[in-house]
Write a protein that binds this ligand. Structure first.
Ligand code: ZN
Length: 447
C-alpha cells in the first residue's frame, strides 16, 4: 500500500465551507485522499512530493464535449448553427473512421490533461475507441454513444439495444474511472417517440442520459409550434429527467423549465465559448443556481469552441453573466471553480470526487502560481479564476496516479498521438463526403 504525501502547498479544497489550507499537506493512499490539512504533514509516507508552495486543488471536469472532434478545429468558421452543421460538420463526419475517433480523442486528452482536466463527459460515435483512449491514458470519463433514432442511424452502426450493451460493458470499467450514459442527440434531431423509448430504457436499466437541448431561441419556437411545449418541457414529459441526466446548453429556459430542472437530477452544462461564438444567447445561470440546479462547465467539441480549455470556459461563464446583467457581483467567490470541479464531478456521476476531502478520489492538480501573470496572489481563489492558463498546471493526478508531472505526460506519448492523429485525418479527408443528415432546428416529423 503506497502512501504519497504532497507537502508545502496551498490547498484549495472547494468543499462546501470553502476551506483553504495555507502551507499544508495532503496524504493519498490507494487512489483516495486519506488526510488533508496542516496535521497531514506529520503522516508517515512511502513517498513525499514538495509542491513548491504551489496550489493543490481538485482537477477540473469537462462536463460536455465531443473529444474526438479535435479533427474539426478551425474547419467551420463564422457560420450560423444550421450552416455549420449542414455544410461543414455533418458532411465531414460522413467520412469519420474509428481510427479518427481514437486518435482525435487522445489528442483531446493530451490538451485536457495539460490544462488540468481530470475527467470528461463525452458524447460521440465509435465510443469503444474512446473507452480505449480513456483506459490507456488514465483519465476519468462518462461516455455516451450519440444516437439520432432515425433510419439513417445505421450510418454510425448503432441502435438503442447496442447503446444499452455499450453502457453495460462500460459502467465501472478501467478500475471504476469509467461510467457511461445513453446518448440521444437532442429533441430537434431525434423523433419524439424515440426520446420516450430511450427514457423508458434508461429508467428500467438504471442508466443515465446525456443530451443537448434549447440551444437557440429558434429551436424553442419550433418546439412550441409543433408540441406546444418548450424543448425542456418536452424532454420532461417524455421521461428523460427521471434518471441522472447531463443536459448540455439549456440556454433558452422559461420559469417552468427551471423549476422542473431543480426538482430532478438534471445537470446543466454551460459551454460559454460555443454559446458566444455562435451567438446562441445567455443562459439563466444565476436563476438556475438560485434554484439549486447543478450547473457545470464544458468545452463542447473543438469544432465549435476551438480549445478544450476549462479555465477559459469558467472565466467566460462569469463574464457572460456580468455583461448581460450589468452586474459585477454575479457568480462571485469560488462559484466558477465550483462549477468546474465539484459540480462537474457530480454531473459526470462521480459523487466522491471534485472536492479535496478525506474519502474523496485523489483527482487533483498542482498549479504553479509563480509566473509573472499570476503575481502577486492577494486572493488565491480570485487568482486561480482570473490568472490561470493551462501552462500553469504543473502536475495532474487521477485516482491517485500521476498523468502529468513537472509538465511531462506520463501515460501517453504526445509525439505518437500527433503522428496517429495526422495519419487518421489524412485518411478521413481523402474519403468522399456526403450530406447524410440535416439540421432544421425543427422537431423531427413523426409518421
Ligand atoms: Zn455538444
Amino acid at each position: 500500500m503506497t502512501r504519497l504525501l504532497i507537502e508545502n502547498a496551498t490547498i484549495v479544497t472547494l468543499d462546501d465551507d470553502g476551506t483553504i489550507y495555507p502551507g499544508a499537506a495532503i496524504l493519498i493512499e490507494e487512489g483516495v485522499i486519506a488526510a488533508i490539512g496542516p496535521g497531514a504533514a506529520l503522516a508517515t509516507a512511502d513517498e513525499r512530493m514538495d509542491a513548491g508552495g504551489g496550489v493543490v486543488m481538485p482537477g477540473l471536469y469537462n462536463a460536455h464535449t465531443h473529444a474526438a472532434m479535435t479533427f474539426a478545429r478551425g474547419y467551420a468558421e463564422d457560420l450560423p448553427l444550421d450552416r455549420w452543421f449542414n455544410e461543414r460538420i455533418w458532411r465531414l463526419e460522413s467520412a469519420l473512421t474509428p481510427e479518427m475517433v481514437y486518435w482525435g480523442t487522445l489528442a483531446a486528452i493530451v490538451e485536457m490533461v495539460r490544462g488540468g482536466v481530470v475527467g470528461f463527459a463525452d458524447h460521440y460515435f465509435h465510443m469503444d475507441q474512446v473507452v480505449r483512449a480513456v483506459t490507456e491514458s488514465g483519465m476519468r470519463a462518462n461516455l455516451a454513444w450519440a444516437v439520432f433514432g432515425s433510419p439513417a442511424e445505421e450510418e454510425v452502426g448503432i441502435t438503442i439495444p447496442l447503446t444499452v450493451e455499450f453502457v453495460r460493458r462500460t459502467q465501472g470499467a478501467a478500475g471504476g474511472r469509467l461510467t457511461a450514459s445513453l446518448g440521444p442527440h437532442s429533441p430537434y434531431q431525434c423523433p419524439d417517440s424515440f426520446l420516450a423509448r430511450t427514457a423508458a430504457v434508461a429508467v428500467r436499466e438504471g442508466m443515465g442520459i446525456h443530451i443537448h437541448a434549447s440551444e437557440t431561441a429558434e429551436q424553442v419556437r419550433q418546439s412550441i409550434a409543433t408540441f406546444d411545449m418548450s424543448p425542456i418541457e418536452l424532454l420532461s414529459h417524455r421521461g428523460l429527467f427521471e434518471t441522472h441526466t447531463i443536459l448540455a446548453h439549456a440556454i433558452h429556459a422559461n420559469d417552468w423549465d427551471l423549476d422542473t430542472l431543480a426538482t430532478k437530477d438534471v445537470n446543466v452544462v454551460q459551454c460559454p465559448s460555443t454559446h458566444l461564438r455562435y451567438g446562441m444567447g445567455v443562459t439563466r445561470v444565476p436563476d438556475m443556481l438560485a434554484r439549486g440546479v447543478n450547473v457545470a462547465l464544458g468545452t463542447d467539441g473543438a469544432g465549435s469552441s476551438a480549445a478544450l480549455n476549462l479555465w477559459r470556459e469558467l472565466r467566460l461563464a462569469v463574464l457572460t453573466q456580468r455583461q448581460a446583467h450589468e452586474d459585477a457581483t454575479l457568480l462571485g467567490g469560488a462559484v466558477p471553480l465550483r462549477m468546474a470541479a465539484p459540480n462537474g464531478a457530480r454531473a459526470l456521476g462521480f459523487w466522491k470526487a471534485g472536492t479535496l476531502a478525506p474519502g474523496y478520489a485523489a483527482d487533483l492538480i498542482v498549479v504553479d502560481t509563480m509566473a509573472t501573470h499570476f503575481q502577486p496572489v492577494h486572493d488565491v481563489v480570485a487568482a486561480l479564476i482570473w490568472c490561470t492558463e493551462p501552462a500553469d498546471v504543473r502536475n495532474v493526478m487521477v485516482a491517485g496516479r500521476w498523468l502529468m508531472r513537472d509538465r511531462a505526460l506520463l501515460t501517453v506519448n504526445e509525439g505518437e498521438v500527433m503522428a496517429g492523429f495526422r495519419g487518421a485525418l489524412e485518411t478521413m479527408l481523402g474519403r468522399p463526403l456526403s450530406q447524410f443528415r440535416e439540421y432544421t432546428g425543427k422537431p423531427v416529423n413523426q409518421a
